[in-house]
Design a protein around this ligand. Structure first.
Ligand SMILES: Nc1ncnc2c1ncn2[C@@H]1O[C@H](COP(=O)(O)OP(=O)(O)O)[C@@H](O)[C@H]1O
Ligand SMILES: CC(=O)N[C@@H](CCC(=O)OP(=O)(O)O)C(=O)O
Length: 259
């Protein structure tokens, strides 16, 4: 039987709030078995960029990563956010290791080809070094991935953290029985975005199409759900979306996805 692996991705809003972040890290530390954390930090990058006088350019809600904003992304994602999370995990007994995709050649990517929009130094994942990550887990490290990959030729690339979580989950699903948790500021996928009590507890490919058609899934939830189904189609055993309480035992008020 395969060993269990939990991959938890935490989003930008949760990272911003100190108390909420430490609650999540505490719940994460209590997950039994192998685990990996993936964090975003887009909001922090925008905030620090503004302080440095580097304007954030967006297209349809997605960051355009020019050379200057890549520098900000590297400083914020693999520096400020990563090291803060790693130190907090160390303080609660987790031997965390802050990683970008360049570290240990864990995630190689290629620069996204220009179609309608040139996203700049943004990477689409080419290959996950599952064996390297497997070895880190076997010796007792807990990898903490930020939203950066590399092209193998010396160029760092900005890669969406939700995508990194899905790709790492897929890569490790050959060896592990993997559950992927997308943890963000809402209780789950909501029927009505204004009503926190309207969590849709189960979404499959059929009602996904209905939710899409009705416009219930929008904005950042569109690529998130795309990543969820992509992971499920590629051997990831279970995918869930919810807030920090999703990681507590005895809570079922979050969204579980199936094919
Ligand atoms: N039906 C929905 N249920 C919950 N959130 C939704 C829904 N439709 C759109 N959203 C939006 O999707 C966003 C989550 O995407 P995103 O900001 O990319 O997450 P993250 O913080 O994990 O990076 C939420 O902030 C919310 O505003
Ligand atoms: C290419 C791309 O989309 N990169 C993201 C990486 C950070 C991220 O994904 O942060 P959240 O999970 O907090 O949104 C960005 O720069 O915003």
């Amino acid at each position: 039987m395969k060993q269990k692996l939990s991959i938890v991705k935490i989003g930008g809003y949760l990272i911003e709030e100190e108390a909420r972040l430490s609650k999540i890290l505490d719940l994460f530390s209590k997950i039994e078995g192998n685990k990996i954390l993936v964090h975003g930090g887009g909001k922090k990058a925008t905030e620090i960029g503004n302080k440095l006088g580097i304007e954030t350019k967006m297209s349809n809600g997605r960051r355009i990563t020019d050379i200057q904003s890549l520098d900000v992304a590297v400083m914020v994602y693999s520096g400020l956010v990563s090291k803060n999370i790693v130190a907090q995990l160390q303080a609660i007994g987790i031997n965390a290791l802050g990683m970008s995709g360049a570290d240990g050649n864990t995630i190689q990517a290629y620069k996204r080809p220009v179609k309608d929009v040139d996203f700049g130094l943004v990477g689409d994942v080419k290959e996950v070094n599952a064996y390297g990550i497997f070895q880190l887990l076997q010796v007792g490290f807990t990898p903490v991935f930020c939203a950066l990959t590399h092209d193998g030729k010396g160029q760092l690339l900005n890669t969406n953290a939700d995508t990194i979580a899905a790709e790492v989950a897929i890569g490790l699903s050959q060896d592990f029985d993997t559950t992927l948790y997308y943890c963000f500021e809402k209780k789950g996928v909501l029927q009505d975005i204004e009503d926190e009590d309207s969590v849709i507890t189960h979404i499959d490919s059929k009602n996904y199409d209905v939710l899409l058609a009705k416009g219930i899934i929008a904005d950042g939830m569109l690529p998130k759900m795309h990543n969820c189904f992509y992971a499920l189609r590629n051997n990831v055993a279970k995918v869930c979306i919810g807030d920090d309480s999703m990681l507590s035992e005895n809570n079922s008020n979050f969204t579980t996805l199936t094919l």
